[in-house]
Design a protein around this ligand. Structure first.
Ligand code: NAI
Ligand code: AKG
Length: 427
């Protein structure tokens, strides 16, 4: 288990996103009024709600939804169930969503939320009641044209199905079917889209592939390590393995394993599913201490778990030539400086993991228009969109002779600034 304290995780994330934003805002000479608006969140909800547990006792939970900005469209962003969820974490993650949706050219703003809890301590029926009660408490603070949640850490398509069912049950019978797109990432049978399950990991893979093409690097036999073997970590590994790359190290919430000969992705996934979600003791691998993970010998490092995992403490140990950020905010500002000085390439989160929200946008569009797209159609559209965004960021970084994160922020911030200025609010 990573030993960062809750306090370190939350403070770091908010400080990091603000520092990244201010750095880029200085570069674009952002209108000071717009900088003021973007520096704080529009709405912050903290909800304490009681739920009856299986044993009859009542527990009171705390849920959060932070809506950072909606200048470009409805608020959009995931819901996380984790002990580190609090108001600062939700604020930081909501801000990252605003930059991500803007960079991707989507008609969305940014939001994020979740519940502060360890889901492994609750039964499925308890988690269902917790989710339904939270949804009821959120009421019309979410909505298909207002704020559209999606899965994040420890939430999945089942969680989204409970939310959509609860939300729709609060509407009149005639209105119910118009509200299916209140969440994305739903199961296929409940208005979900083909391909949303793999969209984030496929997007991370595509970003790595596009980057390697620019650098004329063949991904075949390149060794990669992945932190987090959930939705993002698994699908990224799956597509990289298909391309001929080799998974040589994995870390999850329970432990760290390595094998320089390669770890079979599908086998590890099957093992993990039957092992209470843990990779520990996977056959043909060695167990390593937590702190050895980022120093593993490899070519590509994919943090796909929580924020603030790559810090000044471990950045110098990284041997990979590329970091592809599947997680939100995995690299702190100090670590990024060290890595860039060491010549390590970084594909920043707001670009690298944007396949997820793009996949969500496709689901939302299908629900709105009564369409059903095939898997190959979804992946082809995602590929095209991701290539356009990657190229814009890459070219901007080359023009500026700078890093990809700042370039991604520059593009994202300029789009939002333009919207405010065009409306004549801040000429
Ligand atoms: N699910 C999605 O579509 C998107 C997710 N992301 C980001 O990707 C990251 C992972 O999300 P998901 O894969 O959806 O979550 P998940 O819940 O499916 O998987 C999380 C994985 O991280 C591991 N993990 C948790 N705490 C850890 C720790 N302290 N050290 C090492 N590993 C740890 C878990 O064991 C699990 O393997 C998060 O930062 C999330 O915000 C970003 C864009 C979209
Ligand atoms: O799919 C979405 O709407 C948002 C996913 C998310 O939370 C993220 O990109 O961090």
């Amino acid at each position: 288990m990573i030993t960062k304290s809750k306090k370190e995780l939350k403070q770091g994330m908010l400080e990091n996103v603000m520092s990244q934003f201010n750095h880029a805002a200085d570069i674009v000479d952002l209108n000071p009024n717009i900088r003021k608006i973007l520096s704080i969140t529009n709405n912050e909800l903290i909800i304490h709600f009681p739920v009856k547990m299986d044993n009859g006792d009542v527990e009171v939970f705390t849920g959060y939804r932070v809506q950072h900005n909606n200048a470009l469209g409805p608020y959009k962003g995931g819901l996380r169930y984790h002990p580190t969820v609090d108001i600062d974490a939700a604020k930081a993650l909501a801000m990252w969503m605003t930059w991500k949706t803007s960079l991707a050219g989507l008609p969305y703003g940014g939001a994020k939320g979740g519940i502060q809890l360890d889901p492994s301590k609750y039964s499925t029926t308890e988690l269902e009641r917790i989710t339904r009660r939270f949804t009821y408490a959120l009421g019309d603070n979410i909505g298909p044209e207002h704020d559209i949640p999606a899965p994040d850490v420890n939430t999945n398509s089942q969680t989204m199905a409970w939310i959509v069912d609860t939300y729709m049950s609060t509407k009149s019978p005639a209105e119910r079917s118009k509200n299916q797109h209140v969440v994305t990432g739903k199961p296929l049978g409940s208005g979900g889209s083909e391909g949303r399950d793999r969209a984030t990991g496929y997007g991370v893979f595509l970003n790595i592939k596009f980057w390697a093409e620019k650098k004329k690097i063949d991904l075949k036999n390149k060794r990669f390590i992945v932190q987090g073997f959930g939705n993002v970590g698994f699908w990224t590994s799956y597509f990289l393995e298909l391309e001929g790359a080799k998974l040589v190290g994995v870390q999850d919430a329970f432990g760290t394993i390595a094998n320089q000969e390669g770890i079979a992705v599908a086998q590890l996934n099957d093992y993990m599913q039957g092992n209470k979600g843990s990779i520990v003791d996977f056959p043909n691998s060695v167990a390593l201490p937590t702190e050895d993970f980022f120093g593993l010998d490899c070519d590509i490092c994919i943090p796909a778990a929580l924020g603030n995992q790559i810090t000044a403490e471990n950045a110098d140990k990284i041997k990979a030539f590329l970091i592809a950020e599947g997680a939100n905010g995995p690299t702190d500002v100090e670590a990024e400086e060290i890595l860039l000085n060491n010549g390590v390439g970084i594909i920043p989160d707001i670009l690298c993991n944007s396949g997820g929200v793009i996949g969500s946008y496709f689901e939302w569009l299908q629900n709105r228009n009564g369409e059903l797209w095939q898997l190959d159609e979804v992946l082809a559209k995602l590929d095209k969109k991701m290539k356009e965004i990657f190229d814009r960021v890459y070219v901007k970084a080359e023009e500026r002779n700078g890093d990809m994160r700042t370039s991604a922020y520059v593009i994202a911030i300029e789009r939002i600034e333009k919207a405010y200025v065009q409306r004549g609010i801040f000429p």
